[in-house]
Every structure is written in structure tokens, then in C-alpha cells.
Ligand binder design. Structure first.
Ligand code: GLU
Length: 449
């Protein structure tokens, strides 16, 4: 017997029972359930078909052993994963993350989020996530190469240009994608656009590297514009200094904002008058090529460095969370509000805790959730796939225009489903419902699958 209405707590109890000891997955699902369940309850076709139960169960979880040899000739054993979450609206698509202590919990939360994010991009992209507990930090290039080759030796059986197209994420950048693609090509003897984020010489797309950060700022800009504000002259803090953070900072500066702080896991750099372009380029070189720590920036430019700290303590009008999950806690949210922050955009995946997101909403801080704000990366991956299929390459201008249009369309979808009485827009609800509806309707069309 079906009950007439879904209840959030009952739904979550069932999910937790089926997926014990997976707090990040529970958190990601709860965030969606809070906004989608009231919508489902107004649309009974989603209740009797148990669509939310189906969407929270991955299509498939693949786990495998990865054996490789380090530079000292020792055998190393890691675990590889691919969580193919949902292919209702397109082939599986999503990044690979290489980091110590990576668990299935994290990958399930990321794969679930990806389902909604990819739906919002307006492109035909299903959702997956994968990776390994291998940490490329401190490894030689040859060690990374041997690991990537071993990882792909298993993964290639499960991916393909119309099946599953992995990309980068934390710990997986251009170097790793190149080794992975080279091994895929060798094993399959086919030149397929099977990974995105490739080098420009072999099927990569311009602005893919910059896309997540640029997209986050385009989204912030739309959100501010919708509320009669702009980026111009705003003091901004950006957490992190990886790929997303660096190009978030670049686009903020191009649009007239002032970046006063960035960070890595060792601490925060505080540049009171704002980073110059020259300083940002130096930081990009440090992080992308020299793989250094952010303290070297402070030493080189003689600016303030606060060890073991977070950027949220530095007063700013705009905050960009671009490092990792759960980096912005309720205490950080309180600090931001008391320092007069007017908007937060999530460049990383689920960087705010649920409590922090609720607190920001209650205090009328504009809040751009990851699914919407960081969808630019996977969107340009979708454009890389299109270029690969057509066997041509678009120009920088063409791609940036397309990215901007996609971010505007995502913003529009958030407004459509998130506009509340008066001025306020609940972007979390808007993104969740818009992302949900497209995938759910496709699943309903297929029948019971
Ligand atoms: N890892 C990025 C994300 O979380 C990009 C995925 C992709 O390009 O497929 O969306």
C-alpha cells in the first residue's frame, strides 16, 4: 500500500537503513529531499512510481583493485571505483577524484549531486562519479603514470563515448587525464572522445580548464543582477587554490570584483588591496606547474599568511566556496553574516553544511548551490563531447558565449522553481526541483526500470 504523501523523515530513515555509515550521501540526499518532497507531494505521479527511491539508488557501483609499482620497485595496492548513478537523460558523465581516504560514501554523494547538476546544464548528460584512494601529491610523474595506466586497465571495460565519459575532479587534472586517455586508446585501439578535459592537441576543448570557475562567477553575476546588484568593486574571498578557485578568481577580477583572500589546506593568504593579475598568474603557475603550497605566495609577495585558518573570517561582501565538501560550517556562516556578506556561491561540491546553508537562507544571504553554480565545468565537458563528435574545435569566444548562455539558463530554471513571495529566491529549491523534474519525467517515460 502506498501512503498518499511522502514524509521527509520517513524517507530519510529508509535511505539511512539501506545505506548505513554514509553521512555525506545522507546529507546530499536530505538537501534534495527537503525541497523535492513537497513538490512530489503536489505531483502524485511521482509518489506512486517511487521515483525518489529509484533516483537515490545508483544504477551500478563498480569497485576494483589497482596494483602498480612505485619508483622504489615496491608493489602498491589501491582501490578504484566508478559509481554510475543515472543515465536517464544521457550517457553517464562526471569526474574522477584521486585523494587519500576516498570512500564510496563520498562518491555516492557526488554521483547523486551530479544527476541534478547535469540535468540543469540543459545538455543530454547522465551522471556518474569515480576515483581512487590514490593521492598524486608527492608522487613522481612516472608513478602517477603507472597508477593511471593500471586504473584504466580495469576502467576501460566500463566506459565509452556513448556509455560513460569520465573527467577530472580533485587530484585529477590535465596530467592524469592524459595518462588515462593514452592508456584507454592503447587498450581499445580507438580514438574516442571518452574522457573530457583532454589536452588541446588530442581533442580537448578551449576553456574547459577555466569552465567551472568562470561558470561560478557567471552564475553569481546573474544572481546579483537579478537582485539589482553587481560584482563591480565588491570585496571577495575565495576558498581553495585548485583549478576551480584559481579561475573563479580570474573571472571575478575580469568582471570588476576584488579578490582579497585565497587558501589551501595549510592556511590563508590575505591581500588587503586585492590580488593583481600578475600575482594571480604567479599563483596559477605555482599551483598548476610547480605544485607548491600557498605560503610560498605570501613569502614571495610579502603579504599576510594566516596558518590553519579559513577565508571566511576575513570580512567580504561576496564569498566563493571553491575548496571541498563541508568546508563552510554553521560558525563560518555566522561569521559571514555578521561581517555583512550578501552572497555565497558554491564552486566546490557541497562545500556548505546543511546547517550553514539554512542559516544563510534565514539571514537572506543570496545562496547559489553547487548543482547550479558549479555546473559550468561539466557543461563545457558536454561541449567538448559535441566538438569531438563533430570533429571540429570551437573558438574561445564561441565557447565562453555558450558557457555564459548555459549559466543564464540554469539561473532562469532556479528562478522558475525557486521564486518565493516578494523578492526572495530560494536557489536551493529552484535547482533541486528543476534538476529533478527532467530526470524524473524521463524515468517515468521509460516505465518501471
Ligand atoms: N568534476 C566536475 C564536476 O563535479 C566535472 C565533471 C565533468 O566534466 O564531467 O562537475
Amino acid at each position: 500500500m502506498f501512503s498518499n504523501k511522502l514524509n521527509i523523515e520517513e524517507f530519510m530513515q529508509g535511505l539511512i537503513k539501506r545505506n548505513p555509515h554514509e553521512p555525506e550521501f545522507h546529507q546530499a540526499v536530505r538537501e534534495v529531499a527537503e525541497s523535492v518532497i513537497p513538490y512530489i507531494n503536489q505531483n502524485p505521479q511521482y509518489i506512486e512510481t517511487r521515483i525518489l527511491e529509484r533516483m537515490t539508488e545508483p544504477d551500478r557501483v563498480i569497485s576494483f583493485r589497482v596494483c602498480w609499482e612505485d619508483d622504489d620497485g615496491r608493489i602498491r595496492v589501491n582501490r578504484g571505483y566508478r559509481v554510475q548513478f543515472n543515465n536517464a537523460i544521457g550517457p553517464y558523465k562526471g569526474g574522477l577524484r584521486f585523494t587519500t581516504h576516498l570512500t564510496l560514501d563520498t562518491l555516492k554523494f557526488l554521483g547523486f549531486e551530479q544527476t541534478f547538476k547535469n540535468s540543469l546544464t540543459t545538455l543530454p548528460l547522465g551522471a556518474a562519479k569515480g576515483g581512487s584512494d590514490f593521492n598524486p601529491k608527492g608522487k613522481s610523474d612516472r608513478e602517477v603514470m603507472r597508477f593511471c595506466q593500471a586504473f584504466m586497465s580495469e576502467l576501460h571495460k566500463h566506459i565509452g563515448p556513448d556509455m560513460d565519459i569520465p573527467a577530472g575532479d580533485i587530484g585529477v587534472g590535465g596530467r592524469e587525464i592524459s595518462y588515462l586517455f593514452g592508456q584507454y586508446k592503447r587498450l581499445e585501439n580507438r580514438f574516442h572522445g571518452v574522457l573530457t578535459g583532454k589536452g588541446l592537441e588530442y581533442g580537448g576543448s578551449l576553456i574547459r580548464k577555466e569552465a567551472t570557475g568562470f561558470g561560478t562567477v557567471f552564475f553569481m553575476n546573474e544572481m546579483l543582477k537579478h537582485h539589482g546588484e553587481s560584482l563591480d568593486g565588491k570585496r571577495c574571498v575565495v576558498s581553495g587554490s585548485g583549478n576551480v578557485a584559481l579561475y573563479t578568481a580570474e573571472k571575478i577580477m575580469q568582471l570588476g570584483g576584488i579578490v582579497i583572500a585565497m587558501s589551501d589546506s595549510s592556511g590563508v593568504i590575505h591581500v588587503k588591496d586585492g590580488l593583481t593579475l600578475e600575482q594571480l598568474n604567479w599563483l596559477i603557475d605555482l599551483k598548476e606547474h610547480r605544485r607548491g603550497r600557498i605560503k610560498e605566495f605570501a613569502d614571495h609577495f610579502n603579504c599576510e599568511f594566516v596558518p590553519d585558518s579559513k577565508v571566511w573570517t576575513i570580512p567580504a561582501q561576496l564569498a566563493f566556496a571553491c575548496a571541498t565538501q563541508n568546508e563552510l560550517t554553521i560558525d563560518d556562516a555566522k561569521t559571514l553574516v555578521s561581517n555583512g556578506c550578501i552572497a555565497v556561491a558554491e564552486g566546490a561540491n557541497m562545500p556548505s553544511t546543511l546547517e550553514a546553508a539554512h542559516y544563510l537562507k534565514e539571514n537572506k544571504v543570496l545562496f547559489a548551490p553547487a548543482k547550479a553554480a558549479n555546473a559550468g565545468g561539466v557543461a563545457v565537458s558536454g561541449l567538448e563531447m559535441t566538438q569531438n563528435s563533430m570533429r571540429l574545435s570551437w573558438s574561445m569566444e564561441e565557447l565562453e558565449d555558450r558557457l555564459k548562455t548555459i549559466m543564464k539558463q540554469i539561473h532562469k530554471q532556479c528562478i522558475q522553481h525557486g521564486q518565493e513571495d516578494g523578492e526572495h529566491v530560494d536557489y536551493v529549491r529552484g535547482a533541486n526541483i528543476a534538476g529533478f523534474k527532467k530526470v524524473a519525467d524521463a524515468m517515468l517515460a521509460y516505465g518501471v526500470v
